[in-house]
Design a protein around this ligand. Structure first.
Ligand code: HEC
Length: 170
C-alpha cells in the first residue's frame, strides 16, 4: 500500500528542494514511525518549521558537525542521516561513555531535547554546547536535519508502491 494513502499530512504550499524533502519528511512524522514525533506540540511546530532558516541556525553546530554524506568528523560526529540513526553510531568517532550509554535511536523528540539542553539529556556528554532555548529555532533545525538523508530514506518521494521508506513502512 502506498505510504501516501495512510499519511495525508502533506503541505504542498512550500517550494524548493529543501522544502520538498521536508514535505516527505513530515509525512513520516505524521506516520509516527520510529523517527516520527508522537508529541503533538513538536509535530505542530515542525509543520510550521522552515528548513532554510534551520540551515542558518545550524551554523552554531556547523563548526563541530559536518552534514555531508561520508563527511569527516570534526569536533563532533557527522550528522548525515541523523534522524532515525542509532545513537553514537558513527564509525571511528570517539564518543563519550555518557553518550554510548544513552543508547537507542535519534528520534525527532530525543533530538529536540538534546538540542534544547544537551547536558540535561545526556549528562557527561562532551559536546560542550549550551543548547538552543528557542523552540521555533529548534524546530527549524530539526526540519533542516530531516533533509540530511538520501531521497529514498526520508527526504524524497518513496518509490511508487514499494514503500521503501524504512521508518514509514507499515
Ligand atoms: C563545540 C562543538 C559542538 C557544537 C557547537 C555542537 N555539537 Fe553536537 N556534538 C559534539 C560532540 C563532541 C559530540 C559527541 C558527544 C559525546 O560523545 O558525548 C556531539 C554529538 C551530537 C549528536 C549525537 C550524534 C550521534 O552520533 O549520536 C547530535 C545529534 C548533535 N551533536 C547535534 C548537534 C546540533 C544539532 C548542534 C547545534 C544546535 C550541535 N550538536 C552543536 C560537538 C558539538
Amino acid at each position: 500500500m502506498p505510504v501516501e494513502s495512510n499519511c495525508e499530512r502533506t503541505d504542498q504550499r512550500r517550494a524548493g528542494p529543501l522544502a520538498a524533502g521536508l514535505t516527505a519528511a513530515l509525512m513520516l512524522v505524521a506516520c509516527a514511525g520510529p523517527a516520527g514525533a508522537s508529541d503533538d506540540g513538536l509535530r505542530a511546530r515542525l509543520s510550521a518549521a522552515n528548513p532554510e532558516a534551520g540551515a542558518e541556525a545550524f551554523e552554531v553546530c556547523g563548526s563541530c558537525h559536518s552534514v555531508e554524506r561520508d563527511g569527516e568528523p570534526l569536533i563532533g560526529p557527522g550528522l548525515w542521516g541523523i534522524v532515525g540513526r542509532p545513537v553514537a553510531s558513527e564509525a571511528g568517532f570517539d564518543y563519550s561513555d555518557a553518550l554510548l550509554a544513552f543508547g537507542g535511536t535519534w528520534t525527532l523528540e530525543r533530538l529536540e531535547k538534546l538540542i534544547e539542553n544537551p547536558n540535561a539529556v545526556v549528562p557527561g556528554n562532551t559536546m560542550g554546547f549550551y543548547g538552543v532555548r528557542d523552540a521555533r529555532e529548534r524546530a527549524d533545525i530539526l526540519a533542516y536535519l530531516l533533509t540530511l538523508h538520501d531521497d529514498d530514506e526520508v527526504g524524497g518521494e518513496p518509490p511508487e508502491g514499494e514503500g521503501e521508506t524504512p521508518t514509514a513502512a507499515e
